[in-house]
Design a protein. Structure first.
Length: 230
């Protein structure tokens, strides 16, 4: 197998995302697994652990249940994973207001990500369209001494946990399970990298893309400037 795809959610995978998976099968040899129930942490941990214990491919790819992507997006992700341990693609939150990641340097002094098609370091990254090299998972287990637990009769390492966290730049915050994995990755020397050339869709009340987010921001800026002019 070239890679391992895991789709984890409290609900079933949307038909549009399944169609993307089916198209991907025409281009690549990979294993696809889904896990549901128990909140966002349980299925993600079970999926990542299944990859480690039952598969021998070099790359783990996490895709949310409501993401639209193409085989070309996967090819770009695999290419970036050859030289980076943790890479995510660009997508926006469901209301289209912002990217699903947080960028350096701090929350108090945010710097917008340059959507130039290149790779950029981010502080935390969401798992909606994310690739991880096998050795990063293995290093997190070894260096952070993660225990192998059992969840609903399935083995699971606690890679993804939501928790209260005091960030040196942001102060106290509630860290989601995907941001917590970025934190763990940083502790063992990995750098979360956002690939701005990968722009996948996120299904909400409408399907938001990075380009539609940019267009929305331009419209908002126009009306804000017009109001201030008066």
């Amino acid at each position: 197998m070239e890679f391992f795809v895991s789709t984890c959610a409290d609900q079933t995978v949307l038909r549009e995302t399944i169609n993307c998976i089916e198209r991907l099968k025409e281009h690549h040899d990979f294993k696809w697994t889904t896990h549901h129930g128990g909140g966002p942490c349980r299925p993600k941990n079970v999926g990542a652990t299944e990859f480690l214990l039952e598969d021998d491919s070099p790359y783990f790819i996490s895709i949310d249940r409501d993401i639209l992507f193409t085989p070309d997006d996967i090819d770009k992700l695999l290419g970036a994973l050859e030289t980076n341990e943790l890479v995510g693609g660009c997508y926006v939150v469901r209301d289209g207001s912002d990217l699903a990641c947080s960028s350096p340097p701090t929350k108090q002094t945010p710097s917008p990500i340059d959507l130039d098609g290149g790779l950029h370091e981010v502080k935390f990254m969401s798992t909606g369209f994310m690739g991880v090299r096998r050795e990063l998972f293995e290093r997190v287990i070894r260096e952070l001494e993660l225990p192998l637990l059992t969840i609903a009769k399935k083995p699971a390492y606690p890679f993804f946990e939501d928790r209260a966290y005091h960030d040196p730049d942001w102060g106290w915050m509630w860290l989601s399970e995907d941001y917590e994995f970025s934190r763990k990755a940083r502790l063992v020397g990995a750098i979360p990298m956002l690939h701005t050339g990968i722009r996948v869709g996120h299904i909400g009340t409408i399907t938001w893309t990075v380009d539609s987010m940019i267009a929305r921001r331009a419209v908002e800026a126009y009306f804000k400037a017009k109001a201030e002019a008066h």
